[in-house]
Design a protein around this ligand. Sequence first.
Ligand code: PLP
Length: 355
Amino acid sequence: MSLVRPRVDCIEGYVPGEQPQDGGWVKLNTNENPYPPSPQVVEAIERAARAPLNKYPDPLATAFRRAVGELFDVDPDWVLPANGSDENLTILLRTYVDPGELVSYPYPSYILYETLADLQGADHRRLTLRPDWSWDVEGARETINHSKLVIVPNPNSPSGNRWDDTTICSLIPPRGLLVLDEAYGDFADEPHRMQLLQSEHGPRIVVTRTFSKSYSLAGLRLGFAVAHPEHITAMRKVKDSYNCDAVALAAGTAALLDQQWMLDNCRKIRATRARLSEQLERLGFDVVDSQANFVWATHPERPHRELYEQLKSQKILVRFMQFPDVGVDGLRITIGTDVEIDRLLEALADILRSS
Ligand SMILES: Cc1ncc(COP(=O)(O)O)c(C=O)c1O
């Protein structure tokens, strides 16, 4: 007899991308930033490590929330830090969704939404995107109307495309909230500045951001939500008292204060993204126009799993993803340094030539 809750017992659990622990890999599979964090962040971590770590951190993360508030021109009461965006997604589910209530999200997109909805005992539904990754808003209308939360990554993963504000606002459920997961927001050609929160739709939207991607801090675990204060106050009741440690908060604050570092890295990544997309197309791939730090590439003839495996045998790791129920599979390739991307392109050219 299993003592585990049936809801937990019957799900597979989210499987994150491979994280090989030995060296020598060109790692282009989990959308990490290929560049290091700002030196000011490293200094802040060293300072924080010398501070009294025997004491708990500030449970309200005052300095961090102030820095986010200044960046986006909102009051600190609009900000909730968390142990990565994933924790804020968990907090949102636990704050807003009772067992049996409906959660919906685009499909294909970030599979974790489904796992979290399952764990919460929620009903959940996939809103299938068209083959060109656009929304069939009218087809989704009935589900959206009954949803408590609609969770939308923008830019989307694995496709990398970004939907415009009009489309995004049409996804707000009439009796619920839209969670806008902007994990990749800083890589867009024109990054969002939280303007939707200031619009008439603002009270129905929660935006989540992360330090894992644009700020090069995936190893640290820090993210934040921005929303009208009534949502933040409710979410604060649900979070662990000390969900973010003192070192992460100090690092995140320093990262926010060195915008130039992050913006320069995003600019380099956008340039490499354009080059990679063009070269992949020359090799015969179809590539979605990406606004993120990865591209979604499909080949009309070559099985994607084989391409993934052949690359892996050369210690080049990309993400093979498949969504069999909608007949979608392909390779999601993180934008690495120019040197890494050259290695990938050479290897792919060889593989495609040789068989
Ligand atoms: C769409 C999306 N949201 C959230 C996350 C998780 O972010 P974090 O590392 O802050 O938990 C990811 C990670 O890959 C992601 O792809």
